[in-house]
Write a protein that binds this ligand. Structure first.
Ligand code: MLT
Length: 323
């Protein structure tokens, strides 16, 4: 908080806001990723950062600040100086954390400025390669019969892998042994090594492993099949009626970051999302560019509020809390 206030004060005293924002950026910008390097959020962040850096004229440095299902990173950015040099990329965890963490040290709706939503990403339900079931339908029977000895990997309370796993458990009315990691990159390594049994994770990390045949693949978590894996059935069509988890990623800045800087950042994001290489890479990995209505600051803010209103009661009803 002190850093944030000091930063704001310093900026206000030293240079008039308009001029300061116009000169922005004069040094590297840090994009904070709440999960481990090499995982799905990191892949999105690094793909965008490279192109955003070109349009901002400064390097966008990706920094992985892991822990507590993404809430440590969000808290750090909420309390960073509001000068445009520290921004956060985060997903649905921004909306589920207020339900999961009753003592959350920041408020997603009042402690940030909203740059814009960037991408929607489907998830996939996976097993270690030698897990016996061969389809989503077989998995349901197998998990019901073996719940006591199965492990579910995820990236902590507040992670979408945990959310997806929890919804899967609820759909089957089972409880698996939970194995948290600092992100789904290490969770995937554990799955590949056969140390854990099941992982629900985003296509931005899983498609290469699915295509290489390194994992058992049980289905996608969208209601409709996805372009990047056209032959893959959804979990919904395999009997898990209405099962749906879609991950959305947004970019945030600390509250008080001047509007011209948010707009500059938003412009850089839009440019990055129109870059042919970014578009191809994201499409190959199953990610869809957010619609224009959500790509704006107001669009992300409205969406976040709607998601908090949606997930709060669902989480409360499940009685899963981090504190
Ligand atoms: C990651 O980047 O590691 C994942 O997005 C974490 C998660 O499952 O939420």
């Amino acid at each position: 908080m002190i850093t944030r206030l000091f930063g704001a004060l310093l900026c206000a005293l030293v240079v008039p806001a308009g001029a300061w924002a116009q000169a922005y950026p004069t040094r590297n910008v840090t994009l904070v990723v709440p999960f481990a390097a090499g995982g799905p959020t990191d892949v999105v962040a690094r793909t965008l950062a490279a192109v955003m850096g070109k349009s901002l004229g400064q390097t966008v440095v990706v920094e992985n600040r892991t822990g507590a299902g993404g809430t440590l990173a969000a808290n750090a950015v909420a309390k960073a100086a509001p000068d445009g040099y520290t921004v956060l990329i985060h997903h649905n965890g921004m909306a589920t954390a207020p339900g999961l963490y009753r003592k959350l040290p920041y408020n997603p709706l009042t402690d940030f400025e909203y740059v814009g939503q960037v991408l929607d990403v489907p998830m996939t339900l996976l097993g270690r390669k030698d897990l016996p079931p061969n389809s989503g339908a077989e998995l349901v029977g197998y998990v019901k019969a073996n719940a006591a000895k199965l492990t579910l990997a995820h990236a902590g309370l507040g992670a979408v892998s945990q959310l997806c796993g929890m919804l899967f458990e609820r759909a089957l009315d089972v409880k698996l042994t939970s194995v948290p990691f600092q992100g789904t990159a290490p969770a995937m390594n554990a799955l590949l090594g056969g140390q854990v049994d099941i992982l629900c994770d985003q296509t931005t990390q899983t498609i290469p492993q699915i295509k290489a045949g390194n994992v058992k693949f049980f289905g996608v978590t969208t209601k409709a099949r996805i372009k990047a894996l056209p032959d893959a059935p959804t979990l919904h069509e395999q009997g898990l009626k209405d099962f749906e988890v879609v991950v959305w990623h947004g970019i945030y800045a600390p509250k008080g970051t001047p509007r011209p800087i948010i707009e500059r950042m938003n412009g850089a994001v839009r440019t990055a999302l129109k870059d042919p290489d970014v578009m191809k890479r994201m499409a190959d990995l199953g990610a869809e560019i957010a619609p224009d209505s959500k790509l704006s600051s107001e669009g992300l803010q409205a969406w976040l509020k709607a998601e908090i209103d949606k997930w709060g009661p669902i989480i409360k009803a499940g009685g899963t809390f981090a504190d």
